[in-house]
Design a protein around this ligand. Structure first.
Ligand SMILES: [Ca+2]
Ligand SMILES: [Ca+2]
Length: 214
């Protein structure tokens, strides 16, 4: 359902009563609770912050709305979690236009995010990798470690991720660091660097997501 995208005039989208340009309801029946979280980020690059709202509409679906001057645009995304998570304003490619990291799943220890951005042609779109929505992970608990940060690599600004597992035998972590570059509405991996036997406090395991803030 996350492929579906639409736009409507006015601010009714934020009330969950939006209608797509085709006339089809964007959200058939918003959940009675209509729980939502809003952050502000300049998603269209005009210098003014826009309200970005996620609203859980049923057990497995959320609507992501960007309030633009005179209209709202939206899409749907998975929502495999019990508690609505606040979206994170980011600028992963450092072009001055914000992307929004939205939690699409949350387990006991790990959150999974997708990145959403404004496309003037398509409205709100999920950044893709190889045709599928690009996902980021954060957390891991005692037996794994995942995270992300944004950094200037010297070859340009990139998103760095880590996914690692704890090895009971060595009492250290084995995993992979990856660096992603962004182009348009998609991303691709620039390079990766496997590692093994690193201690829990190794910088490769402890990335700082606040470095991706706009
Ligand atoms: Ca703006
Ligand atoms: Ca950006």
């Amino acid at each position: 359902m996350y492929r579906r995208s639409g736009r409507c005039l006015g601010t009714v989208a934020l009330a969950g009563a939006a209608v797509l340009a085709t006339g089809q309801p964007a959200v058939a029946q918003p959940a009675p609770a209509g729980e939502s979280e809003t952050v502000h980020a300049d998603v269209d690059g005009d210098g003014a912050a826009n309200a970005v709202t996620v609203r859980k509409v049923d057990d497995t679906t959320q609507v992501i709305s960007f309030a633009l001057p005179g209209e709202s645009v939206m899409t749907t995304a998975p929502a495999e979690y019990a508690v609505l998570q606040t979206p994170r304003a980011t600028d992963v490619d450092r072009d001055g236009v914000a992307e929004v990291a939205v939690t699409v799943a949350a387990g006991a220890n790990t959150q999974t995010f997708q990145l959403f951005k404004y496309d003037p042609e398509a409205g709100v779109v999920a950044i893709r990798r190889g045709g599928e929505p690009f996902t980021l992970h954060e957390g891991g608990g005692a037996t794994a470690r995942s995270g992300y940060q944004c950094e200037d690599t010297g070859k340009g600004w990139m998103l760095r991720t880590v996914d690692a597992r704890y090895d009971d035998v060595t009492a250290k972590f084995d995993g992979t660091s990856s660096w992603f570059v962004f182009h348009g509405n998609s991303t691709s991996r620039w390079t990766r660097a496997p590692f093994s036997d690193v201690p829990a406090d190794d910088p490769r395991l402890n990335l700082d997501p606040t470095t991706c803030a706009p």
